[in-house]
Unconditional design. Structure first.
Length: 413
């Protein structure tokens, strides 16, 4: 009589069968990217609402964006080598659960200090989500890598759209704390899916030896000897500050102009994400007619045009449309750089993407400070036009830098 496998054995057999289905695995990656963006960006349109509830100045709440971005940036250089050494899947799963816990802590915060601490923990957890996810997607897709990465990041953009729009709308009904609890539930769902469905590290994986400071330093020396890394990381630092550094100011600027509040700010921020999503869907067409450096140059000019139009102080619905244009321009630069990052050092791809995200979030940390100075000195319109011009120069400079680098034939397109 044949021996029936135990329920535990049957469960692990189903997991192995699922691991062979790239479509389902990629769907889990998309859910992870979506939840990561929801966790990190959920408070951007709620600055006025949070300030009113906690009885603190709006200018203090705006700095919560830096409270997320700076820890996220600082944690990247640590979690990247850890993912390459101990397993990307393990780091991704732990980060999801940690993100859920930090969101729950933020939802019950009774003062700005506790909320800031919870957002800092969210930033640390975020360091192990999108960059590690991009590295895993890069490992899974040898061909069509740029399109696969773009679609993974598009899931994060959808998270931004729904997070910003629904946060702004729902905050008027359930408050910003209710919005935080909803975001926590989304991340818990992603954590359960990743824990049950994402494959772990293969048992026959080569032994990488003992992990220590020397291991991480060796990886970083190898990465920064490659001139491509300097061009990639300086570009994402600049775009992070110029574009995402403005998001916490959308609601305050609307109030200064008597043009709207939290709900309108959420929709405007969602407009930028819609533009980024539109680009990701049109990417196969763009790749047929333009090279990556060309896309970077065009992205800077398109983003600049969007900022200039946004500065004209029109109706908030028009501002949302102009922010779509900013999103298209931003992602033309950003996605092209992401594809270049995948080719810096394929053996340490998690670390390469971690550094990419680290510089991106460092830009987002510095960005709100620079926007504060620019708005104080030039007013909202002058500051927006200044930063738009800087975005155009960033795209053109990145294009020139990558044209001088040797081409890498990796199947990344």
């Amino acid at each position: 009589m044949p021996i029936r496998p135990s329920s535990k054995a049957r469960f692990h057999e189903r997991r192995r069968a699922v691991a062979k289905d790239h479509t389902l695995i990629f769907a889990v990656f998309l859910l992870c990217g979506f939840s990561a963006a929801v966790a990190i960006r959920t408070l951007d349109p709620l600055t006025v609402e949070v300030a009113r509830d906690l009885l603190v100045p709006v200018s203090s709440v705006v700095l919560l964006a830096s409270a997320v971005a700076l820890p996220c940036a600082l944690a990247q250089p640590i979690l990247g080598p850890i993912g390459d050494h101990f397993g990307k899947s393990r780091v991704l799963k732990i980060s999801l659960w940690a993100s859920a816990i930090s969101l729950a802590a933020g939802a019950v915060a009774n003062d700005l200090v506790m909320l800031a601490v919870s957002r800092m923990l969210t930033g640390v957890a975020g360091a192990g989500l999108i960059p590690v996810g991009m590295a895993m997607v890069g490992d899974m897709y040898k061909n069509g890598r740029q399109i696969a990465i773009a679609r993974f990041v598009a899931s994060a953009i959808i998270g931004q759209i729904m997070g910003a729009v629904f946060a702004g709308v729902l905050a008027e009904v359930i408050g910003w704390r209710g919005v935080m609890w909803l975001c926590c539930a989304v991340v818990v769902i992603a954590a359960i899916a990743a824990t049950l469905l994402l494959p772990g590290e293969p048992k026959d994986a080569p032994d990488k030896g003992q992990f220590g400071l020397h291991t991480g330093m060796a990886i970083y020396r190898r990465i920064f000897r490659n001139r491509r890394s300097w061009a990639c990381y300086s570009t994402v630092f600049a775009t992070g500050g110029l574009v995402f550094g403005f998001l916490p100011f959308v609601a305050p600027v609307l109030q200064m102009q008597n043009a709207g509040g939290t709900r309108e700010a959420g929709i405007i921020i969602g407009g930028m994400a819609v533009g980024s999503l539109a680009f990701s869907l049109a990417l196969p067409l763009f790749l047929r007619i333009a090279t990556r450096p060309t896309l970077m140059a065009l992205g800077g000019l398109v983003g600049c045009a969007g900022f200039f139009a946004y500065s004209s102080n029109v109706h908030w619905l028009a501002e949302a449309a102009f922010f779509c244009v900013v999103g298209v321009g931003f992602f033309m630069i950003h996605n092209s750089v992401q594809a270049e990052v995948a080719d810096i050092d394929p053996s340490s791809r998690s670390t390469c993407f971690a550094m990419h995200a680290g510089f991106f979030y460092m830009g987002q940390t510095v960005g709100p400070l620079l926007w504060t100075l620019a708005i104080g000195a030039l007013g909202p319109r002058g500051a927006i036009m200044l930063m738009g011009g800087a975005l155009a120069l960033t795209g053109l400079g990145a294009s020139a830098a990558f044209r001088r680098l040797p081409k890498v034939a990796s199947g990344a397109l």
